[in-house]
Design a protein around this ligand. Structure first.
Ligand code: NDP
Length: 310
């Protein structure tokens, strides 16, 4: 049978390119989990994704009610769930004042990490029931959260510290007046990579699901940089293409994520995938913080409380 794969944030950039790459194989039905239904419909049409290969369902990761509603809607569709791709993200590098999710969490960590944390924990139950031979749960990471790389050393660096910020400071009851939006994004990506590993440690053996993260390369042209200053948006793509040579097109990045979804050679669990300059995948090393097992365990427990799972 066709596999069913949920992709969050499939209305643009990497998510859309992944949906397209998967749909083209004819082996996948993509659930495009998006906050803007019309935008997603237009994006799917303009990418040429055949109608029978996708369904759009509303999901706003900045609202935990919306996450729960999405899970209900998906369950009512009667489809099995074989692969979940947590891809959506916001990046607010120029923000001086914090923005908040419906529950009052800082927007970057609230959307990129906490929304996906609740989503993946709830949908794990659905994945357990699927009889698909190669079930996978993928959380998109980033080089910028890894301080063992050049890109990860551009200040402000990711640093979750002792997790005090996650457990208390991000809560709406204790709102900070100032925020560093770039750091909040990088921290949210560290949370994503820690979550993937904690999933692997807690649930891989029991469920057989492969948990993975990845850095698909610098896709300098996506909407992720929409909040950045115009000069940055102008110079960033050529800088990545000609200076760092880390640039990848949306199409190529979509193919890479599609490999993590369905390639028979990428079934290993607990891996952070990257690609070399010949576009070959390899298991990459995470930074010390992003591979800190104790931090992953604590972050998991704090996140469970924040999203109301315990
Ligand atoms: P885009 O901005 O193009 O895509 C982000 C997607 O997330 C959009 O579909 C957006 O929806 C969606 N989204 C944002 N907020 C929410 C929300 N509250 N609820 C539901 N969906 C939401 O960026 P990219 O494609 O570049 O980013 C995709 C992933 O790739 C992210 O996880 C990012 O961290 C990662 N990444 C990107 C890199 C790059 O160089 N671009 C490098 C490394 C990792 P909408 O269309 O409605 O705005």
């Amino acid at each position: 049978r066709q596999g069913t794969c949920i992709v969050t944030g499939a209305s643009s950039g990497l998510g859309l390119a992944t949906a397209k790459a998967l749909a083209e194989t004819g082996k996948w039905h993509i659930i495009m989990a998006c906050r803007n239904f019309l935008k997603a419909e237009r994006a799917a049409k303009s990418a040429g994704i055949a109608k029978e290969n996708y369904t759009i369902m509303h999901l706003d990761l900045a609202s935990l009610d919306s996450v729960r509603q999405f899970v209900d809607t998906f369950r009512r569709s009667g489809r099995p769930l074989d692969v979940l791709v947590c891809n959506a993200a916001v990046y607010l590098p120029t923000a001086k004042e914090p923005a908040f999710t419906a529950e009052g969490f800082e927007l970057s960590v609230g959307t990129n990490h906490l929304g996906h944390f609740l989503l993946s924990r709830l949908l794990l139950e659905d994945m357990k029931k699927s009889d698909y031979p190669s079930k996978r749960l993928i959380i998109v990471g980033s080089i910028t959260g890894n301080t063992n790389t050049l890109a990860g050393n551009v200040p402000p660096k990711a640093n979750l510290g002792d997790l005090r910020g996650l457990s208390g400071g991000l809560n709406g009851l204790n709102r900070p007046a100032m925020i560093d939006g770039a750091k909040a994004y990088k921290d949210s990506k560290v949370c994503n990579m820690l979550t993937m590993q904690e999933f692997h440690r807690r649930l891989h053996e029991e469920t057989g699901i492969a948990f993975a993260s990845l850095y698909p390369g610098c896709i300098a042209t996506t909407g992720l940089f929409r909040e950045h200053i115009p000069l940055f948006r102008l110079l960033f793509p050529p800088f990545q293409k000609y200076i760092t040579k880390g640039f990848v097109s949306e199409d190529e990045a979509g193919k890479r994520l599609a490999q993590v979804v369905s390639d028979p050679s990428l079934t290993k669990s607990g891996v952070y995938w990257s690609w070399n300059k010949h576009s070959a995948s390899f298991q990459n090393q995470l930074s010390q913080e992003a591979s800190d097992a104790e931090k992953a365990r604590k972050g998991w427990e704090i996140s469970e409380k924040l999203v109301g799972l315990v």
